[in-house]
Design a protein around this ligand. Structure first.
Ligand SMILES: [Cu+2]
Length: 320
C-alpha cells in the first residue's frame, strides 16, 4: 500500500508546529546522552585491564569525597538542566496546543471502530449532513475541531503532521483539533493498540482550498446515482439485500450505519482503512474475501457467486 509515511519529524499545520521544536530538542538531548554514555562506557572498558581487570574494578570502594561521589553529583546536576528545560517547554507546548486558537471553521464527528474511522459532517440543515469513512477532507487555513467518539474499545486519533494524539473512548467525547497550512494528503493512524487489525486502521486527511472543499462537500451531500445498465440494477438489488444490514447507500434501501457509508465509495483513495488502494480490481477482491485481506475484520465473507460479484462491482463503481 502506498499511504504517505507517518512523519512526525516535520509539521504541516500550526498545532504540529508548536510541538515540533520540542520533539527535536528531546530527540537531540536523548541522542547526545546515548552517545556520551556509550563513550564513557567504552573508555571504562578499555581502561579496566590496565587497572588490573574486572575483579579489581569491582572492589574499588566508593567513599564520600572520592571521585565516585563527585561524578554522581556532577552527573545529577547535568541531567537536571535538560529535564527542567523539557518540563517548562512541555507546559508551554501543551498550553499552545490545548484548544483551537479561534472559533473552529469546521466541526467534525469522528468515531473510531475496530478497525475503521467513521467521519460525520453535520449541518444545521439535516439534508446536508453526510458520513464518509477513513478520509477526512478539510479546508486549509482554518482550525478544524474534531469530536472523538469511541465505537467499541479505546482507540487513539493521530495525524502527526497536523495534530497530536487524542484517545477515542467509548461513552465519552474527547476534543482534538487540527489545522493544515498547505493543501495535501496527510496520513493518520490509530495509535492505541485496539486489537488484531490495529496496524490496518489508518486514514488520510485531505487538506484542500476552500473552493475544492466546497465542491467536494456539495458532491458528498448528493444521494447515490441510479443504476443505468441491467447489471448495475441487479448489483443495486444485491447491495440492498446483502450489504444493507451494515452499510448505507443514501437514496437506496441500504440504510444501516454500522459499517462505512458507501454512497460515494469511489471518491475515496483507499479501502478498508488504508489496507488497499481503491480501484475496481481491489474492490472486487475485498468483497470476495475481506477476511483474507484483513483477517478478523468485522465484515464477514459474503460468498457471492462470480456473476453476483461482477454485478455488485458494476454498481459500486458508479458510486463516485
Ligand atoms: Cu484503533
Amino acid at each position: 500500500m502506498s499511504l504517505a509515511p507517518l512523519g512526525y519529524l516535520d509539521a504541516a499545520g500550526r498545532r504540529a508546529h508548536s510541538i515540533l521544536p520540542l520533539t527535536w530538542f528531546t530527540l537531540s538531548v536523548a541522542t547526545a546522552v546515548c552517545i556520551v554514555i556509550a563513550a564513557l562506557l567504552w573508555i571504562a572498558v578499555r581502561r579496566a585491564p590496565k587497572n588490573g581487570g574486572a575483579l579489581e574494578t569491582r572492589s574499588v570502594p566508593v567513599e564520600r569525597g572520592s571521585n565516585g561521589i563527585n561524578w554522581i553529583t556532577v552527573g545529577l546536576l547535568i541531567s537536571c538542566v535538560p529535564l527542567l528545560v523539557t518540563l517548562v517547554w512541555t507546559m508551554a507546548a501543551l498550553a499552545a496546543v490545548s484548544g483551537p486558537p479561534s472559533h473552529p471553521g469546521l466541526t467534525l464527528d469522528v468515531t473510531a471502530h475496530q478497525w475503521w474511522w467513521e467521519v460525520r459532517y453535520d449541518a444545521t440543515n439535516p439534508s446536508e449532513t453526510f458520513a464518509t469513512a477513513n478520509e477526512i477532507h478539510i479546508p486549509v487555513g482554518v482550525p478544524v475541531l474534531v469530536r472523538l467518539h469511541g465505537g467499541d474499545v479505546i482507540h487513539s486519533f493521530w495525524v502527526p503532521k497536523l495534530s497530536g494524539k487524542t484517545d477515542a473512548i467509548p461513552g465519552q467525547t474527547n476534543l482534538s483539533w487540527m489545522q493544515a497550512d498547505q493543501p495535501g494528503r496527510y496520513r493518520g493512524q490509530c495509535s492505541e493498540y485496539c486489537g488484531f487489525q490495529h496496524a490496518n486502521m489508518a486514514f488520510e486527511v485531505v487538506a484542500e482550498s476552500q473552493a475544492d472543499f466546497a465542491s467536494w462537500r456539495a458532491a458528498e451531500v448528493q444521494p447515490a446515482p441510479d443504476p443505468i445498465t441491467p447489471a448495475q440494477a441487479r448489483g443495486q438489488a444485491l447491495v440492498q439485500y446483502r450489504c444493507g444490514l451494515c452499510h448505507q447507500v443514501r437514496g437506496t434501501g441500504a440504510g444501516a450505519i454500522s459499517a462505512p457509508d458507501l454512497t460515494h465509495l469511489m471518491s475515496r483513495r483507499t479501502l478498508a482503512a488504508g489496507r488497499l488502494l481503491n480501484n475496481p480490481g481491489s474492490l472486487i477482491g475485498w468483497i470476495q474475501d475481506p477476511q483474507g485481506i484483513k483477517p478478523g475484520t468485522q465484515m464477514p465473507n459474503q460468498y457471492l457467486s462470480a456473476q453476483q460479484l461482477s454485478d455488485v462491482q458494476a454498481y459500486l463503481v458508479l458510486l463516485r
